[in-house]
Design a protein around this ligand. Sequence first.
Ligand code: BES
Ligand code: ZN
Length: 491
Amino acid sequence: MKITIQTNKNLRKKADFLILSFSYTSKKTKPLFKGDSFKSIIKEPINTKDFLGKAKDISLVYSSKNKEKRVLLLGLGSEKELNEYNLCEAYASAISFLKNKKASSVNIIIPNIDMEKDVLVKGVVEAIYLANYNFDKYKFVTKKNLFSIKEVCLIGLEKRDNHLVKKASIISQGVNLTRDLVNTNADDETPQTLAKLAKDFEKISNKVKVEVFDKKRIEKENMNLLLAVNKGSNKDPVFIIVKYKGDPSSKDSSVIIGKGITYDTGGLSLKPSTSMDTMKSDMSGGASILGSIYAIIKLNLKVNVTAIVPATENAIGPKSYKPGDVYVSACNRSVEVKNTDAEGRLILAEALSYASHKIKPNRVIDLASLTGACVVALGEEISALFSNDRTLAKQLIKASNKTGDHLWRLPLFPEYKKLLKSEIADISNVGGRGAGTITAALFLQEFVDKVSWAHIDIAGPAFKSTLSALHPTYATGAGVRLLVNFFENLK
Ligand code: BES
Ligand code: ZN
């Protein structure tokens, strides 16, 4: 899809549709564009109150005299409540509507509102890319029912705003890359294909170095918890490390880690089939980390970030690791595996201790579809945030409020550590029925040492059961916009 800019609305090219936006404040409908050229088109829908301009209100009107024969009136709601996030949601509903109308080209008059230019452009452009997304890899006969807009012209922006469009396009590409990875079959998207994708990031910039630990190297590193989870699988594990040095003059560095379980059967603690059918998405943390680092590299951000993805299937078979077994991690901590379905924390433990002992960054952030309990507690719209550092938590919540990747902070309640006690090992990998999301986070904390750390459980938002305009497929790419925004604002 192509997005162009036209400063003068009178010089715009013909298109299938035009989008005009309106606000609705104190029961008044207000056009958010200058001039009288559309007066006759908008008069009746507003006078009849058929169209009010409330957030996501949509009306389609027809005009034979216009450069676009069909004009979509879009409501942005109250001007006071407008932010990047709900602006993006409103435009997504318009794009989704036009996509279903088989629109090929769309002109959008950029709303004249009290919002910073970069925020405004970001909201609109991300809406275009994210709502226009289709996943057609496995569509054959019904492929013809999927439509996407080919060309969008943003009217009213200056030539110099082009870099803002480009920036938002890159972030959206990162989100859509993540969605593709998560939507793909586990046998088509394996630890090995993830490693190959990461390796190719070296081609984007010479500031990138990628290292992939294969099974032999993982054995040499004594990452026995990752090897244990891998035992039942017919595919080797990988430990992917993407190093991006965007600011060589600075000593500040971050590590981002993502859970890369390419399929989670639960292992011998087998999942019931109704809980298993979404489990190709259990690498969504890893996919978000790869989508984020891709965008960070392409944006050429002035930060030093290392992305780590430990990846394996949690399969079931004669070689599977067994409930009750004890394994010793690379950092010499023994773990009693009471439940082989609590495998994410095992592979993350190796990555967290590798990051804090070998890389020693200023901060570590991990993303994981870690617990079903998190979906019960916070649903599909909110991810759980844990952190041992108030500043880091605050920065992440700020990024969350800006991007709509919603976070809610939960406590690393130390009294619950006793729930992870094991009679025969240093720690157990499960903590009983209560507070499952918290005990999972407390388990991870045992492996982070003293480094500033945040853990984000994306089990709900990463792969939704209900679709929306902004998220037209199950995989949402949750976490990418959050992390990119976080690193854009890291000072
Ligand atoms: N992949 C799951 C977590 C999950 C559940 C993600 C639902 C998305 C939706 C994870 O590996 C898991 O199975 N966790 C167990 C932990 C339990 C055994 C302590 C769970 O949540 O049931
Ligand atoms: Zn599991």
